[in-house]
Design a protein around this ligand. Structure first.
Ligand code: HEC
Length: 145
């Protein structure tokens, strides 16, 4: 009798474990800490940034009168827990603010590489692809896992 009761009492815990592993399976496998862009790509992105973004966001990404910073604690906290795809889409759809959507997918992903480089996320050996679907699998997380 006691044993059966104990087994019944364990059911909710078993359910929680199953649920948690499902959630885990759906969460992005990669993160910004996995070297998701190359140094060369960030260098290309830097020139895009100087021409298209620096006038508002500042040459050091510290923000301007109206535009928010694109590097540092405040910026990082705002995107923590979202995905690289979310940030890519934000830039693709709404930036540069004076001419949204005017940059190519390649320019957007290069400028994003430069932003990641400026926020001290490590470079890797493969370039970041410009497919939003793939980038949605990469988690933006402030803390190194
Ligand atoms: C004409 C000025 C201007 C230019 C040029 C510009 N931005 Fe912005 N950007 C803004 C303003 C203002 C905001 C905040 C209001 C908004 O969201 O539109 C913003 C917001 C952003 C955000 C959201 C920041 C956050 O943490 O919420 C990102 C990312 C961004 N810009 C990236 C870029 C990139 C990359 C470029 C260059 C390709 C660029 N911007 C060019 C003015 C500009």
């Amino acid at each position: 009798m006691k044993i059966r009761l104990a087994a019944v009492a364990l059911i909710p815990f078993a359910a929680i474990i199953v649920l948690r592993s499902t959630v885990h399976a759906q969460s992005p496998a990669k993160s910004v800490w996995d070297g998701i862009y190359t140094e060369e790509q960030a260098t290309r992105g830097k020139s895009v940034y100087s021409q298209e973004c620096a006038s508002c966001h500042g040459s050091e990404l510290t923000g301007g009168e109206m535009a928010p910073p694109l590097a540092g604690g405040e910026f990082m906290a705002g995107w923590d827990g979202l995905t690289v795809g979310d940030l890519f889409e934000r830039i693709r759809i709404s930036m540069p603010q004076n001419s949204p959507g005017s940059l190519s997918g390649q320019q957007n992903v290069d400028v994003l590489s430069f932003i990641f480089n400026s926020n001290k996320f490590p470079a890797g050996t493969a370039e970041m692809p410009k497919e939003a679907g793939i980038l949605k699998q990469i988690k933006f997380e402030v803390k190194k896992p």
